[in-house]
Design a protein around this ligand. Structure first.
Ligand SMILES: O=P(O)(O)OC[C@H]1O[C@H](O[C@H]2O[C@H](CO)[C@@H](O)[C@H](O)[C@H]2O)[C@H](O)[C@@H](O)[C@@H]1O
Length: 242
């Protein structure tokens, strides 16, 4: 693992991908209360300008939800890249739905499990158990059994969450897609994230010769580490003010 002092300074040669929950915003029990820390929206805008627009927020959240929490002057990729908004663009009103079999599974999987809830994000359904961690093994077993009968869907475990996702909902694929969409193919990708879904993006960024930065503790395939959202905020401030 490289040290913080080795982190390259960002400039017009880089395209910066930033995860939202756990990276820009500290984790909370209630996902609906999460917001950017004070002053960070302005710092993100400043850094976006310094990078000639090449700053993308890439999240597991629905792009409508994400767009209500970050400036819409930034690129935003929601549901792990399934839906993308360019700077200034508003999310569409409609979105693709999860298959009926998955919607039915979502109900049976959480039945009888206190304080566990399902969050439907179009084709992806997330299952939150932060308020009842003991429910995780039962929830996981039910979801794995059910998903075995749903074509194209897989379960991915994250921080106090299981997500039932189609193959296209993958931050690695999203990074590749965004580099083309935003005409940033010539730039070196830099990915900052804290959770398992960010590891998919780290793999792609590492393969492309970019910079991968894990936020917080835990095993990772990233090559750098920042301690937590506060350290990320400090780094963003420094990079935008060079
Ligand atoms: O890719 P991200 O931007 O990191 O989004 C990942 C998931 O974030 C949210 O869940 C996580 O944050 C919640 C609020 O802090 C926390 O309560 C939960 O335990 C975390 O897993 C969001 O609700 C999900 O939809 C995202 O997929």
């Amino acid at each position: 693992m490289n040290t913080l002092t080795d982190l390259p300074d960002l400039d017009h040669r880089h395209a910066l991908f930033l995860d939202f929950d756990g990276t820009l915003a500290p984790l909370q029990d209630d996902a609906s209360t999460v917001k950017l820390p004070d002053g960070i929206a302005e710092e993100l805008t400043r850094l976006k300008d310094a990078l000639g627009g090449a700053l993308i927020i890439i999240s597991g959240r629905d792009v409508r939800d994400l767009s209500s929490r970050v400036p819409n002057t930034l690129w935003r990729a929601g549901t792990h890249g399934l839906e993308i908004c360019a700077p200034g663009e508003s999310p569409e009103d409609t979105r693709s739905a999860a298959p009926a079999t998955l919607t039915a599974l979502a109900e049976t999987a959480i039945a009888g499990l206190d304080h566990v809830h399902a969050e439907t994000k179009g084709e992806v359904i997330a299952f939150h158990y932060r308020l009842n961690p003991e429910a995780a093994p039962t929830l996981q077993a039910r979801l794995e059994a059910g998903l075995a009968n749903i074509d194209g869907y897989k379960l991915q475990a994250g921080k106090m969450i299981f997500e039932a996702k189609p193959a296209g909902a993958n931050k690695g694929k999203a990074v590749e897609k965004l580099l083309v969409l935003a005409a940033l193919e010539d730039r070196m990708p830099v990915m900052v994230g804290d959770d398992t879904t960010d590891e998919d993006a780290f793999d792609v960024v590492n393969r492309l010769g970019g910079v991968s930065i894990k936020v917080g503790k835990g095993e990772t395939r990233a090559t750098y580490r920042l301690e937590g959202p506060e350290a990320v905020a400090d780094w963003i401030k420094r990079q935008g003010r060079k």
